[in-house]
Design a protein around this ligand. Structure first.
Ligand SMILES: *Cc1c(COP(=O)(O)O)cnc(C)c1O
Length: 451
């Protein structure tokens, strides 16, 4: 692109003027222009591949839907069309979009100090750590905040290496922990890993839910002196399709980790803060991990936020030189204000209980749907509002995802990977919207040739 500094400034100014217009006062004509230009901008400045992907997930040329605003569980596009959000930003929107109490706290903090000096002590970070220490199981107490889930996982891996002096990790097949190089080393799927090998040394992957396989690896690793720092797993696998492990898995992991003297890391980036019907995923099995990773919903869906927490005993290794792990913007005041407000919302709205109840309702209704329209759904998995709909094949899953989209319901599924679609709405989604989404689901099931 030809350099043109004047035009760069002019375009930025014009767009800021549009952003600053009061809600509801940007004309339809302006929004239409924005929608058209957004497609061009994605094509020319972000990645053409996204447009191809969008085309592949939508029927009837609706690929270029431009997000404009959202509230609760409703998204609106630039042309005023409404969608029910049952994707929840893959777990980001546990509290819904723009929860008023979270937005209010962030606005108030913005008026005081949005970022910190890097030198004085920051009261918000300190308070949030104290609050999370009180929410978490076992001896978990000290924490470090960052901006994304993958950063929380990277920090947890560094902590485990510092503390144990060992380099290896055991993680789970189909597990997902983020896409930076350390987290990718843990990933249990070849697609995103293979082109980047070799990643970190000493990685081993075992089937999710199989404690014996974990113990075998620990035994062999010890036998050859190639020792393991930690075992890493999601309490319930998210990206893999809301896969719930057998009930003896987490207690068993705790046992073998203690037996072999390795740390247990729970990646709660997606399961944390109410999503699965308890405050944390590990609460279903009353297990206290050595390190916990948080992200997504932690920031209340308003400001990006993540963190990893551990016990005083383990955290000691971070004390002689607290600069061994740092970040400039992680745990900034607006992110902490957002997270603190989100935690109060979780409590006031009793969101873990809402997730448990609504989750059971959705699973039952999907089961009924499946019985009325056989040959579409293979199975439904999950806990709380982390639910996976597993279709008999990719093609049917794709038709369901695109059929829902055409009926104004947002999910995620692609032409090549729609065997499983996640049902992961805000935990406070109103029952009427949940029913509307499920009714539209039945409508789509009815329209499929196989039913
Ligand atoms: C989404 C996710 C991550 C990565 O979070 P990002 O913010 O996308 O980096 C890590 N672990 C789990 C379990 C996740 O679901």
């Amino acid at each position: 692109m030809t350099r043109n500094i004047d035009e760069a400034f002019k375009e930025a100014t014009e767009f800021i003027d549009i952003i600053k217009k009061p809600v509801g006062t940007v004309s339809l004509e302006e929004r239409r222009k924005i929608a058209t230009e957004t497609v061009e901008n994605f094509r020319d400045y972000i990645n053409k591949g996204f447009l191809e992907y969008r085309k592949s997930v939508t029927e009837a040329g609706e690929f270029a839907v431009t997000e404009w605003m959202g509230q609760g569980s409703i998204l609106k596009d630039a042309l005023d069309r409404e969608f029910i959000d049952i994707l929840g930003g893959f777990g980001l929107y546990s509290y819904g979009i723009r929860h008023p109490k979270i937005v209010e706290a962030v606005k108030a903090q913005l008026d005081r100090s949005p970022q910190y000096s890097q030198e004085m002590l920051d009261p918000l970070r300190a308070k949030l750590a104290r609050v999370i220490a009180k929410l978490t199981p076992g001896d978990i107490q000290y924490g470090f905040f960052a901006n994304s889930g993958t950063e929380a996982v990277e920090g947890a891996m560094k902590l485990a290496k510092f503390y144990t002096g060992k380099k290896g990790f055991i993680s789970m097949l189909k597990g997902f922990h983020g896409k930076t190089l350390g987290s990718l080393s843990l990933m249990g799927k070849n697609d995103y890993r293979a082109p980047l090998l070799p990643l970190l040394e000493g990685m081993r992957h075992v089937p999710f839910g199989d404690v014996e396989a974990v113990e075998h690896e620990l035994k062999y690793a010890a036998a050859v002196g190639d020792d393991i720092a930690a075992v890493v797993a999601e309490p319930i696998q998210g990206e893999a399709g809301a896969i719930v492990p057998p009930d003896d898995f987490w207690p068993g992991l705790r046992q073998v980790c203690d037996k072999y003297g390795v740390l247990l890391i729970a990646d709660e980036v997606q399961t944390g803060f109410g999503r699965t019907g308890k405050i944390f995923g590990v609460d279903h099995w009353d297990v206290a991990p050595d390190i916990m990773c948080f992200g997504k919903a932690l920031g209340g869906g308003v400001v990006p936020m993540s963190g990893f927490f551990s016990t005083p005993k383990i955290w000691e290794v971070m004390e002689p030189n607290p600069f061994m792990h740092t970040t400039t913007t992680g745990g900034n005041p607006i992110a902490c204000a957002s997270a603190l407000a989100a935690i109060t919302v979780m409590h006031e709205e009793n969101l873990p209980a809402q997730a448990a109840e609504k989750g059971e309702y959705v699973m039952n209704r999907l089961q009924e749907l499946s019985e009325r329209h056989p040959g579409i759904l293979d199975k439904v998995t999950g806990k709380g509002l982390l639910i996976g709909m597993h279709f008999v094949d990719d093609e049917i899953g794709y038709h369901v995802a695109s059929g829902l989209f055409a009926r104004g319901v947002i999910t995620a599924g692609t032409l090549t990977n729609a065997r499983c679609i996640r049902f992961e709405p805000a935990l406070n989604i109103p029952m009427e919207l949940l029913d509307e989404a499920l009714n539209k689901m039945e409508d789509v099931f009815k329209s499929l040739p196989s039913s």
